[in-house]
Design a protein around this ligand. Structure first.
Ligand code: ADP
Ligand code: MG
Length: 311
């Protein structure tokens, strides 16, 4: 199977978007931007053995590669439209490719994102790079930098499941409900869009709540009081780990792909998605964690062993 046959067989699907004038097959793709919209571009690379385990289910590798990018798009309040794929592999394994493409196209179809091009190369390890372009109405993109003292801090969904799921897999004791949060993250695209006009700042949680909230606060020049008792923990995480481990996974686990955002007032209806208030933005530029209303020390190193490989 040569490169062109591979692209035709696995990646060149019928185009469903009217704004794609030229998709896969020419030297470049041609798309029609929507008037009065600004473009948001995100990209993410996943290296086998670093950002996902070796021999991981190829369909999940494909799904995740798209979903983690959609999560960045969601954090900007944007609507995803088009994507490109750079794929490097040691060998063109037909079975792997078929599964990978199925996962990739499944994630893209959920938000009507068109695959409009890419690059295919041979390399010693499998490396998957997906780039997504989205659109947002002029001047309305959600940024990390708008949080103000007094705003409430929120997170969507539950935290820690994904990191716990990956750790279970690596320890040879996979827990299905937790691992599925790692394998098939749900990008909060629709809620991210609805936060425009409500949220003062937003970030998606890829490296753990504590670290990503720190980035948002630093960008905004503020600090926070974080209520550790309020962290949303799923039933399955609580069933498999004690309270201290649940908290560690929730604070620093990573790969959650939930949204963390700040808002001064009312929130849009999240529908079936849960949204939890976890603290307040403060003027002092640090994070004070509280338990039972009292400040408790937070030691990042104490939680570091839960961090997944890679960055
Ligand atoms: P060029 O040599 O001009 O860069 P290629 O021969 O590499 O073009 O690619 C041919 C077409 O296939 C281009 O439209 C490119 O965007 C697309 N393409 C290549 N690899 C992939 C891939 N993995 N997924 C989707 N489209 C791809
Ligand atoms: Mg060319």
């Amino acid at each position: 199977m040569d490169e062109f046959e591979l692209i035709r067989r696995y990646f060149d699907r019928a185009n469903t978007r009217a704004d794609v004038v030229v998709g896969i097959g020419d030297d470049g793709a041609v798309v029609v931007p929507t008037p009065a919209m600004q473009q948001v571009s995100v990209i993410d690379t996943m290296v086998e053995g670093v950002h996902f385990p070796q021999h991981f289910n190829p369909a999940d590798v494909g799904y995740r590669a798209v979903a983690v990018n959609l999560s960045d798009i969601a954090a900007m309040g944007a609507t995803p439209r088009w994507m490109t794929l750079a794929l490097s592999m040691p060998v063109a394994d037909a079975e792997w490719l078929a599964l990978f493409a199925e996962g990739l196209h499944t994630a893209a179809a959920e938000f009507d994102v068109a695959l409009i091009g890419g690059d295919t190369t041979r390399a010693p390890v499998t490396v998957v790079t997906v780039q997504v372009s989205g659109e947002v109405r002029h001047g309305t993109a959600l940024l990390r930098s708008g949080a103000k003292a007094g705003d409430t801090i929120y997170v969507t969904g539950t935290l820690g499941d994904s990191a716990a799921g990956l750790q279970g897999l690596e320890a040879g004791r996979p827990v299905k409900e937790l691992l599925s949060r790692y394998a098939r993250p749900s990008a909060r695209v629709n809620y991210g869009r609805s936060l425009i006009g409500h949220a003062s700042a937003a970030i998606d949680i890829s490296d753990g709540l504590y670290g990503d909230l720190s980035k948002l606060l630093a960008a905004s020049g503020v600090g926070a009081e974080l209520d550790l008792d309020a962290l949303p923990i799923s039933r399955s995480l609580a069933e498999h780990f004690d309270a201290a481990d649940c908290r560690s996974f929730a604070l620093t686990g990573g790969d959650d792909y939930e949204l963390c955002f700040t808002a001064p007032g009312r929130l849009p209806d999240p529908g079936i998605l849960t949204v939890t208030a976890i603290g307040k933005v403060t003027e002092a530029r640090d994070i004070v964690c509280t338990e039972n209303g009292r400040p408790v020390p937070f030691s990042d190193s104490g939680y570091a062993h839960f961090k997944s490989a890679g960055a």
